[in-house]
Every structure is written in structure tokens, then in C-alpha cells.
Write a protein that binds this ligand. Structure first.
Ligand code: NAP
Length: 244
């Protein structure tokens, strides 16, 4: 993994934080993108410094083209290339479809789907030039099977998976692999609105009898980066909750 440069969107918190840590600990030059969580990003930088690992942190709202462009230019000027892009940033909402406003639709689609389109486009110039790249998009099981009261979130994640498959075909000849990881339920802030009872109900439905850990996702990311013949796949890490 040495000498490779990776950017993780939303890398200061939750699943992204664990991915950033694992990649940095495996010798990858990690650039952690954050939007609101500056303190968390700085804390992660300090934590890794104690292990003699140096990471970079960059602020950008990945739903805004100009901020993404600025971030990518900064990285390319400093490191000369980007080998790995982890499109992890995302938000959720929980509402009856009939009550969702245009503003809420735009917010979810911009933060979850447009952000992947935009960041991938900006990073691709360098990857295509170098004929090398690994892109991993974090989608969700709800993009595969749909979720009641999370229809817009599900649409955004299904869109990510469709983009993954299309780009794998388009970019394979440039030696760029594109895959999705579709998590089930993972213990992060995103599920903080679930009650203990709700979590227990979900666990009853999971063959491996537990919810996922951030490390479950990070391990798969590491494997996908090391691999060189997997592309266009949606790998669902969900403890057997959803089996297609
Ligand atoms: P989380 O703890 O709520 O973290 C969300 C991350 O996304 C934060 O780092 C946040 O950064 C970042 N983010 C959101 N909007 C952004 C924007 N416009 N620009 C830059 N960063 C932005 O959630 P998580 O559970 O780690 O989720 C990570 C990914 O996994 C998401 O795509 C989510 O949909 C997906 N996922 C999660 C679960 C689950 O059960 N947890 C299940 C399936 C899929 P800041 O705090 O810096 O703004």
C-alpha cells in the first residue's frame, strides 16, 4: 500500500474515520475530508501523530463543486496524484414519502449522490492520466431493497450503485476499478435516533446476531484496495440481514 494517496470524504467521523485510520496505519498517505467536524479531524490527526503517522485534513462541502475542485487541486499540487477515492460522506433522513419537501429531496440528493458525481469527476482527471485508480463508494442496503420512510435516501444510494456499475465498465480500460460497499446497520452517529428496542428488533433479523462495527467496513475497504480484479460490484456488509 506504500506511496499511494487516498482521499476519504467525511473521514473525520463515523465509518469514514475508521477507514482513514486503517488506511493510514497501512502506509497509505491519507487525506481526510471534513465539512462540519473540524475538531474531530484535528483530533484524528493528533491521535495518529502519536503513532508517528502523518495525515492531511482538508475542509470541503462535497455537495459543492467549487469546494471539491479546490480540495482536489490542493491535493494534486501537494502530492501529485490521487490513487484511491473513498466516497463515504452522506446524510440520512426519516420521513413519510408524502411529506418530503423539494428542499429535503435536494438536500439528500446533493449530499449523497451529486457529491459522488462531483468528487469522482474532479478526481478522475488525475486517475485517467495515470491509468490507475481505485474508487469505493459507500452506498447502503436500502439502495438495494428500499426502505420505508427513507425513500429519498434509498434513491440516492441506488443511484450510487448504478454509477458504480456504469463507471466500472467505462473506466476499466483505464485500469480504474469502481466498487460500492453497501453496509447494513453500523454503529455510528447515523443510527443515534434508534431506540435500544429498535436496535434489538433489528438484531433479531440479522443471522450474525449483532449490528455492524465500523471496523467491519474498514476491513473490506482494505481488502478491495489490495485486490486488483474486482470491479463494478456492490458488496453488502450486513451480517446476513439482506441476502440477494
Ligand atoms: P455519520 O457518523 O453521520 O458521518 C457522516 C459523515 O459524512 C461525516 O463525516 C460528515 O462530515 C460527512 N458528510 C456529510 N455531508 C457532507 C458534506 N456535504 N461534505 C463533506 N462531508 C459530509 O455517518 P456514518 O454512519 O459514518 O455514514 C458514513 C456513510 O455510510 C454514509 O454515506 C452513510 O449513508 C453510509 N451508511 C451508514 C450506515 C449506518 O448504519 N451507519 C448504513 C448504511 C450506509 P462532517 O461531520 O465533517 O460534516
Amino acid at each position: 500500500m506504500l506511496n499511494r494517496v487516498a482521499i476519504i470524504t467525511g473521514g473525520a467521523r463515523g465509518i469514514g474515520r475508521e477507514i482513514s485510520k486503517v488506511l493510514a496505519q497501512n502506509g497509505i498517505k491519507v487525506i481526510v475530508n471534513y465539512n462540519k467536524s473540524k475538531e474531530m479531524a484535528e483530533k484524528l490527526k493528533q491521535e495518529l501523530k502519536k503513532e508517528s503517522i502523518s495525515i492531511d485534513i482538508v475542509k470541503a462541502d462535497v455537495s459543492k463543486r467549487n469546494e471539491v475542485k479546490e480540495m482536489v487541486n490542493y491535493i494534486l499540487n501537494k502530492y501529485g496524484k490521487i490513487d484511491i477515492l473513498i466516497n463515504n460522506a452522506g446524510i440520512s433522513n426519516y420521513k413519510l414519502f408524502i411529506d418530503v419537501t423539494d428542499e429535503e429531496w435536494n438536500n439528500i440528493i446533493n449530499n449523497n449522490l451529486y457529491s459522488v458525481f462531483c468528487t469522482t469527476q474532479e478526481v478522475l482527471h488525475s486517475m485517467i492520466h495515470n491509468k490507475n485508480g481505485c474508487i469505493i463508494n459507500i452506498s447502503s442496503i436500502w439502495g438495494m431493497v428500499g426502505a420505508s420512510c427513507e425513500s429519498i435516501y434509498s434513491v440516492s444510494k441506488a443511484g450510487i450503485d448504478a454509477m458504480t456499475k456504469s463507471l466500472a465498465k467505462e473506466l476499466g480500460p483505464c485500469n480504474i476499478r469502481v466498487n460500492s460497499i453497501a453496509p447494513g446497520i453500523i454503529n455510528t452517529d447515523m443510527i443515534s435516533n434508534f431506540s435500544k428496542e429498535e436496535i434489538n428488533d433489528i438484531i433479531q433479523q440479522i443471522p450474525l446476531e449483532r449490528i455492524g462495527k465500523k471496523t467491519d467496513i474498514a476491513k473490506c475497504i482494505k481488502w478491495l484496495i489490495d485486490d486488483d480484479y474486482t470491479t463494478g460490484q456492490v458488496i453488502s456488509i450486513n451480517g446476513g440481514w439482506i441476502i440477494n
